[in-house]
Design a binder for this molecule. Sequence first.
Ligand code: PGA
Length: 255
Amino acid sequence: MRKKIVAGNWKMNLLDMEVINYLVDFNSKKNEIKSDAEVIILPATIYLDTMISMPEWDVKIGAQNCSQFNNGAYTGEMSAAMLSDFDYDKENLHYCLVGHSERRAYFKETNDVFAEKVNRLIENKLKPIYCCGEELTDRKDEKHFSLVKSQIEEGLFHLKEEEIKQVVIAYEPVWAIGTGETASSEQAQEMHAYIRTILTEKYGAETADSISILYGGSCKPDNAKELFSQPDIDGGLIGGASLVVDSFIQIINSF
Ligand code: PGA
């Protein structure tokens, strides 16, 4: 059985006291969580330490970005080795986002850069959450399947079978991110099933069936249940709605 996952991508939001208040509030409501989904929070880099140091905190932590390079003169960057080393004695920093559409759009990162980031993460025993998804124009031109296929092929298909099993995929149609516009559960399921088909063609059914594929894009308490009930949707990558403890917990409980 593949893992059910609900991951909160905080993006560049929340300041120090807001992070602390969130964690205290979340911890006080832990017993409201009825689902067995793995919960991940991806804070801004500067708050990773605060999150990791939380006592009695069984939420997994992830970073939002890492460098494609190992080390050296890359001002402003953070390596996968640093992320891995940073958490050496606590062992709950497991994940890192790669390929988010905001990295593609604002920082002009491309599939070949993402392929290198994925490599650095796997070398350092961290799990990439690899994002893919089309723009609205791609969907209107009926290019959404081929576009997502090339994002996955170019970013991930150099991996060996044992390596791809470390990856979580997140399908996030760009037109649904932060817009309030959600893909219908049929549209999302159709793409998730397609992604699983291309994984099957490359790695075989057993491996494809073991990889969690999350949906992201205006996932909220009122649509999460229907999305998560689809056979190929294994959870969500939640932006805006993960910033409010109550709505994040409601989404976690949608399984
Ligand atoms: P959203 O963001 O839930 O605010 O649409 C999702 C994401 O970008 O990961």
